[in-house]
Design a protein around this ligand. Structure first.
Ligand code: GLC
Length: 490
């Protein structure tokens, strides 16, 4: 099929089949387009997932369809929990049943997992929407600002730990089954960083528009303020302080390259007190040998998880790409990350970009850490499978980097070739393989054993990649969030 026809087909699948209406208005897209009448046996793939709708909404913003995105955000906001124990969280997914929206906050999910990423994504999407559409009125509405307050109350509260990371149970994000991703998994921390930046950005828009904050000097005026505005200012400054600590923490504990690993391997253990070299008491034996080849002499990446005694050195693709897109890592570190991904392309891109994490858990580790999960067998699904919906994040990370920071011509050439070759591969394989959700095996040739077909984020992932590579490369900055340095410190 020719490129133009594939893109046309993908667009019609999105607009005519995936997006659904309630009371005459679009409320979002289903996770997979069903081929079964009424979706009777399709688990929850007929539901509207917040995380699966992020690419959909970003694509709609690029197409100028702002009202659909606003309505989606408003719909999710109405579903933000007001229950005592879960106040402020957004649902994983929702669905229309007999004219009413029924939401899943984890109480209906397989294994009762909670998707913490949904709440983080909502705030990020809200910021991206306002930035792209210029709809400051929406940002400053009481509903939106109250939603942000509820969200921040969830994060900025006393707890037993004095650490800027968010501690979560297993399966709290896109990887929503046990895969030893409990504690402080990378994707959650990077999303937390993006969500706090976005929340502060949205609060400051409101403070400026209500005349409390000077847009030029970013200084607060001295007029008396309502209780609401006083709380906004309090939360905003608390969030900025949190952001500074979180970034410092991630760069210190998650970022590794060959030099750092060599230092880590020679650290003492069993240290007590304030000034120690090995805060998390990590034994050298838990640093795996495959890192030697994986890192080479120029590669670097953010490790999967930092926990007492049990770090996770697996490479998680989405967390790393978002780390670059949200500027958690510096421009130089971004270049090391792209080099690492390029140099390991046989593992990460292979026959279907991109592998979700590397390497897979095998044998006893698979048995113990996944609880014999048959969907997450080694090299399958979340456990080392290949997910085409991830590729556009890599595209946006590298293209945005090229535009904003210095990149040598040789590096840029290498990245462009990688992007275009993989785009061509997807263009050819995805329609042939019915836009499958994921692919299995060490090179991603096989369609996933339990994969849904006509998966919405697979379809939209290709549309987004096409947009950034062929329609407008400058749009690769669509996910740029406020810069930490530029946010006011009250
Ligand atoms: C699976 C995936 C999850 C996704 C959902 C809907 O549960 O693991 O990431 O959101 O399907 O597509």
């Amino acid at each position: 099929m020719q490129e133009k026809n594939v893109i046309q087909l993908a667009k019609s699948l999105l607009f005519d089949k995936a997006l659904v209406k309630l009371n005459g208005e679009y409320v979002g897209a289903v996770a997979a387009i069903s081929r079964v009448a009424q979706n009777a046996h399709d688990l929850n793939y007929n539901e509207i997932f917040i995380r699966d709708n992020i690419p959909v909404m970003i694509y709609l913003l690029l197409e100028g369809k702002f009202e659909i995105v606003r309505h989606f955000l408003d719909t999710c906001l109405k579903l933000q929990s007001t229950q005592f124990q879960t106040q402020g969280i957004f649902p994983t997914s929702f669905v229309e049943i007999e004219g009413k929206l029924v939401a899943d906050y984890g109480q209906r999910a397989i294994g009762r997992v909670q998707s913490i990423d949904a709440s983080l994504w909502w705030v990020i999407l809200a910021y991206i929407y306002v930035h792209r559409s210029g709809d400051r009125l929406w940002a400053g509405s009481l509903e939106v600002q109250t939603g942000i307050q509820r969200f921040l109350n969830l994060i900025l509260h006393p707890s037993f730990r004095d650490s800027p990371t968010l501690f979560v149970p297993d399966g709290a994000f896109m990887i929503d089954r046990p895969l030893d991703v409990w504690g402080s998994p990378l994707e959650i921390q990077v999303l937390l960083y993006g969500a706090l930046l976005s929340a502060v950005g949205l609060i400051q828009i409101d403070l400026i528009d209500k005349g409390h904050l000077d847009p030029e000097s970013k200084v607060l005026n001295t007029h008396p303020k309502s209780e609401f505005a006083t709380h906004q200012i309090y939360q905003s400054s608390y969030a900025i302080a949190w952001l500074i600590r979180l970034k410092r923490f991630m760069l210190k504990h998650y970022w590794v390259n060959s030099k750092i690993i060599q230092t880590l391997r020679r650290r003492p253990t069993e240290e007590y007190g304030d000034r120690v070299a090995n805060e998390y008491n990590i034994q050298t034996e838990s640093i795996p040998h495959w890192l030697q080849d994986w890192l080479g002499d120029q590669g670097g990446y953010l490790v999967g998880n930092i926990r007492t005694g049990r770090p996770d050195f697996r490479f998680f693709t989405l967390g790393n790409c978002l780390g670059a897109i949200f500027d958690v890592i510096s421009p130089t570190q971004q270049r090391s990350l792209f080099r690492l991904m390029h140099q390991n392309q046989v593992s990460l891109f292979a026959q279907m970009p991109l592998r979700i994490c590397h390497p897979p858990l095998e044998s006893d580790e698979w048995r113990k850490k996944t609880g014999y999960d048959r969907k997450n067998l080694p090299w399958c699904y979340h456990n080392g499978g290949h997910w085409p919906c991830l590729f556009w994040f890599f595209a946006i990370a590298t293209l945005r980097h090229n535009q904003q920071y210095f990149h040598s011509e040789a590096d840029e050439q290498v990245m462009n070739t990688l992007l275009h070759n993989n785009y061509e591969l997807m263009l050819q394989r995805l329609p042939e393989q019915k836009w499958a959700e994921y692919f299995d095996g060490p090179n991603g040739v096989w369609i996933g054993q339990q994969a849904r077909v006509y998966q919405t984020w697979t379809i939209v992932g290709l549309l987004l990649t096409h947009h950034f590579l062929k329609v407008n490369t400058n749009d690769a900055n669509i996910m740029s969030l406020p810069k930490l340095k530029e946010l006011s410190l009250f």
